[in-house]
Design a protein around this ligand. Structure first.
Ligand code: SF4
Ligand code: SF4
Length: 201
């Protein structure tokens, strides 16, 4: 996880205060202060805030999670209750769910898992996917199943193509990275996998 993957310039919804939550100070890395992902920041007093509030790293100063900025996010998605922080990845535009590694199964609890399925069903056709991360390990939530992707960098792109066929068809999932050579040429590194549809999506 990098600063680019968590940046948010959206404004908070009135009444959606962080309060006792400081989960974003645990789940993300902050390269500017050599803070690793998945561990509490040394500047954080969990539940009480940041010790360097007047001199925040840029990544922290611009960050707001989706629970704060999106009024439609249900109340139980407050990160310190859900044990997950949701953002829109600014590079891929995917819905990124960063799980507290202290409770890595948080995303499979209800009603959270049902909500993830609903978001996947609603947004897949427009190429916006729901990606759950426990540190760097990713799971793609599809309308009918969850697919473990392994380590995923914030800039890696996901594409899902539904091939129609008997019993609903097959999802082809492609994960790709674009690289640029020293002389300015770009090329793509990609891997793909196929997954039969389990129910009508
Ligand atoms: S995860 Fe969201 S609610 Fe919690 S401290 Fe960070 S911005 Fe505030
Ligand atoms: S510097 Fe402050 S706001 Fe940023 S991660 Fe650390 S405790 Fe949180």
């Amino acid at each position: 996880m990098t600063a680019a993957s968590t940046e948010s310039k959206l404004q908070p919804v009135p009444g959606r205060e962080c309060g006792s939550c400081s989960l974003c100070c645990k789940v993300y890395n902050v390269p500017e202060i050599q803070k690793a992902a998945g561990k509490w920041c040394g500047q954080c007093k969990p539940g009480r805030g940041c010790k360097i509030h007047d001199n925040l790293p840029d990544q922290c100063a611009t960050f707001n999670c989706l629970w704060r900025t999106e009024a439609a996010m249900p109340a139980q998605w407050k990160p310190d209750q859900a044990k997950m922080v949701v953002t829109i990845n600014p590079i891929t535009r995917n819905i990124q769910v960063q799980v507290d590694p202290g409770l890595p199964s948080a995303w499979s609890r209800q009603p959270y898992h049902d909500h993830l399925r609903q978001w996947a069903t609603k947004n897949m056709a427009k190429g916006q996917y729901v990606v759950v991360l426990v540190n760097e390990l990713a799971t793609l939530v599809l309308p009918d199943q969850d697919v473990a992707l392994g380590p995923l960098a914030p800039e890696q792109k996901i594409a899902v193509r539904l091939e129609p066929g008997p019993n609903g068809g097959v999802y082809e999932i492609k994960v790709s990275t674009t690289r640029t050579t020293d002389d300015g040429q770009t090329f793509e590194i990609a891997s793909s996998s196929r997954h039969p549809v389990r129910s009508a999506a």
